[in-house]
Design a protein around this ligand. Structure first.
Ligand code: HEC
Ligand code: HEC
Length: 268
């Protein structure tokens, strides 16, 4: 081979080596994808969080409106405003459910209140509206199909312990984690979960010890575990067997509703 060819081959190898981590990250991100995570990104892009304070944030005053403030998510507020999933879609598309415009005094109150929900129908595609519906359903646990009561207990426990604040609403994942393998905290809905948590026993192990013996031996994993900013806390013996089981059932219910083979909406 000529010198030039050697040089080209050398450059090619360097480029591929440099691109590998980027490709790896892109792949992990792709595997994480789910409607709630897409909805969350979209909500950030569309400025929803300027008005709707995130979990725990103090609600912004909204004089003249029905409850006097802009509802915050993860507080079960959807139930106070919306009858069903249809109305949820309507408020996202039109800024208010159709039933509100049917009554004269509600119409007038809505017209006079200080802040109003924007109509996103013209701005977003049907698929994007679907993702926002999924986000609100996950944040608010609104309009979810009937599930094992253990899963409902698990959701409430998870919220008290802060699992969704790191792992996203219903385990949507994707919150930033500098220095970690994928650059984000994995959730429970995407394909990464299946690789990281093979069964109930491994789930229990993660929550008890904050780690996984199966993955500990892998040098790549070791490398990133030592560098990542946020690690999974070890809950040790502070959780009972029943509590761990309820958390596990919650992740299974979330996967049924929002995972790859979700049953919640046919268009997803
Ligand atoms: C300009 C402020 C504003 C922005 C931006 C905004 N909203 Fe709203 N939203 C409101 C107000 C105000 C209400 C309460 C309804 C009313 O009083 O008219 C509301 C109500 C809602 C409700 C029903 C109540 C609940 O808590 O479930 C949902 C769902 C909702 N908004 C989702 C969104 C989403 C998703 C976005 C971004 C795509 C968004 N909103 C952006 C002001 C806003
Ligand atoms: C402070 C943030 C934080 C909190 C709170 C937290 N986790 Fe984690 N969790 C992580 C991080 C970061 C990882 C990634 C672990 C790794 O790769 O080292 C993780 C990993 C996991 C995993 C395995 C990987 C996967 O697919 O997600 C499970 C299961 C899990 N956590 C469940 C829970 C449960 C259940 C709770 C609540 C009891 C919880 N976590 C609370 C940060 C957190």
């Amino acid at each position: 081979m000529s010198r030039r060819r050697w040089l080209l081959a050398f450059c090619f190898v360097v480029l591929v080596t440099a691109a590998l981590p980027l490709l790896g990250r892109a792949l992990l991100w792709h595997w994480e994808s789910n409607p709630v995570l897409r909805g969350h990104r979209l909500a950030q892009e569309q400025g929803c969080e300027s008005c709707h304070r995130p979990f725990g944030g103090k609600e912004i005053e909204n004089p003249g409106s029905r409850w006097g403030s802009i509802p915050s998510f993860q507080s079960g507020n959807a139930l106070m405003y919306l009858r069903d999933e249809q109305e949820l879609e309507e408020i996202l598309r039109l800024g208010l459910p159709k039933s509100w415009s049917e009554t004269a005094d509600v119409r007038q109150r809505h017209a006079e209140q200080r802040l109003r929900m924007p109509a996103y129908g013209e701005r977003l595609s049907d698929a994007q509206i679907d993702d926002l519906v999924a986000l609100v359903q996950a944040e608010e646990a609104f309009g979810l199909p009937e599930e094992d009561p253990t899963a409902t207990t698990g959701r409430a426990l998870a919220r008290r312990l802060g699992c969704p604040s790191c792992h996203g609403a219903e385990g949507a994942g994707g919150h930033p984690n500098p220095g970690s393998l994928g650059g984000f905290i994995p959730g429970f809905l995407g394909r990464n979960f299946v690789d990281l948590v093979r069964n109930r026993e491994e789930f229990f192990e993660w929550v008890r010890t904050g780690t996984s013996r199966r993955l500990e031996g892998n040098p790549v994993v070791q490398f990133f575990w030592a560098r990542q900013a946020i690690s999974m806390p070890a809950y040790g013996d502070s959780l009972t067997e029943d509590e761990l089981q309820s958390l596990y059932m919650w992740t299974q219910s979330a996967r049924n509703n929002f995972g790859a083979s979700a049953t919640l909406r046919t268009s997803r």
